[in-house]
Design a protein around this ligand. Structure first.
Ligand SMILES: Cc1ncc(COP(=O)(O)O)c(C=O)c1O
Length: 348
């Protein structure tokens, strides 16, 4: 029996999500835009014999209170990646429907669409890494069931124009998924409160970045209650486990810690930017509103490999459109950042 003959054709064709972590699990990990600061988490004793609350009530209340939004507008997922997948499955018919992305951007939108056999249309950002409204083909827009916008955008680092995002919401019949994974690094740019007024806007967020909880796998979205109800209709019954729920509620109770992390990371980001700009071989350091920096360098791929040999893991983004010879480095601790800069100088 040939198992491969049973596999769906789109899965056979799939180009899976690739992370540097598949290859490198230790070293100076500046590849995945995590929070480099880390306090040990204490969990109070929990009874784990019962399934967790399928309605996520306590957690949604805590997030709602934190955001000053009604808990009915909140849904919690196993990372924001789960929410991306659920939204595709709610709104897009496999083999028929289409979704729209603006590249270069976060790779999971494309991968999740391809897993679900949804055609992806990609429009390039302009040279400032902003959406050019005139570049959007009206017919493509009309055929799109979902539009993914990432702001601040990964891997470019910049926030996208708020006005442009609002215009897209207004002029399309699609669900607009605004990914604010990095918003804690530039909070005043958030559109999360707009979910009260814009029925087709879904804002996704994560505890994996500024909150320092990537190991927990928890993300959430805010949207009109009708969309939240659809998410509840199709999610796995007990997607958020008791340990996650308790850890995240504790984190929200101590949100000051996250704010302190953000201050530290922003200071380290300044340090890195200054150092990068002083390196002769670095051709360009792009502006960033995130906890990572995109920079341009001849022979990016060989530099990434040389750094990896020294145990310093960053990401080569050169294969993405508009990003020829671009590398992306996450902001680390001062010690990590210094080691990275020293090794980068040597590699260049
Ligand atoms: C833009 C963006 N969205 C979402 C995610 C994934 O978030 P989560 O860990 O909540 O699945 C990432 C992770 O790198 C990201 O860069």
């Amino acid at each position: 029996m040939n198992i491969n003959n049973l596999v769906r054709e789109n899965i056979k064709r799939l180009n899976p999500y690739s992370s540097a972590r598949g290859k490198y699990t230790s070293g100076i990990l500046l590849d995945a835009n995590e929070n480099p600061f880390n306090d040990k988490v204490e969990i109070q004793s929990l009874e784990l014999n019962r399934y967790p609350d399928p309605n996520q009530t306590e957690l949604r209340n805590a997030i709602g209170k934190y955001l000053k939004l009604n808990y009915e507008n909140i849904f919690v997922g196993v990372g924001s990646d789960e929410i991306i997948d659920l939204l595709i499955r709610i709104f897009c018919k496999p083999g028929v429907d289409e979704a729209l992305i603006f590249e270069p951007t976060y790779g999971m939108y494309k991968v999740a669409c391809e897993i679900n056999d949804i055609k992806i249309n990609s429009i390039l950002l302009n040279e400032d890494f902003q959406i050019d409204l005139d570049a959007i083909d009206k017919e493509v827009l009309n055929r799109s069931k979902l539009i993914f916008i990432c702001s601040p955008n990964n891997p470019t680092g910049n926030t996208l124009s708020t006005q442009t995002i609002l215009t897209i919401c207004e002029n399309s019949n699609a669900i607009v998924v605004l990914d604010e994974a990095y918003i804690d690094f530039c909070e005043n740019q958030s559109l999360i409160k707009k979910v009260n007024d814009i029925p087709n806007l879904v804002v996704t967020r994560t505890f994996s970045k500024a909150w320092g909880m990537a190991g927990v796998r928890c993300g959430y979205c805010a949207a009109d209650k009708k969309i939240i109800d659809w998410l509840f209709k199709i999610k796995a019954p007990y997607n958020i486990n008791n340990l996650t729920e308790q850890t995240i509620i504790n984190s929200i109770d101590n949100a000051d810690k996250k704010n302190d992390y953000v201050k530290l990371i922003l200071a380290e980001r300044e340090f890195l930017i200054t150092e990068l700009k002083n390196i002769k071989g670095v051709q360009k350091v792009y502006p960033t509103d995130s906890n990572f920096i995109l920079f341009k360098n001849k022979e990016a791929s060989s530099i990434q490999n040389k750094l990896a040999e020294k145990g310093i893991i960053i990401r080569d983004r050169s294969t993405q459109p508009l990003l020829e010879n671009c590398l992306r480095v996450s902001v680390g601790t001062r010690k990590e950042n210094k080691l990275f800069i020293n090794e980068l100088k040597r590699a260049i």
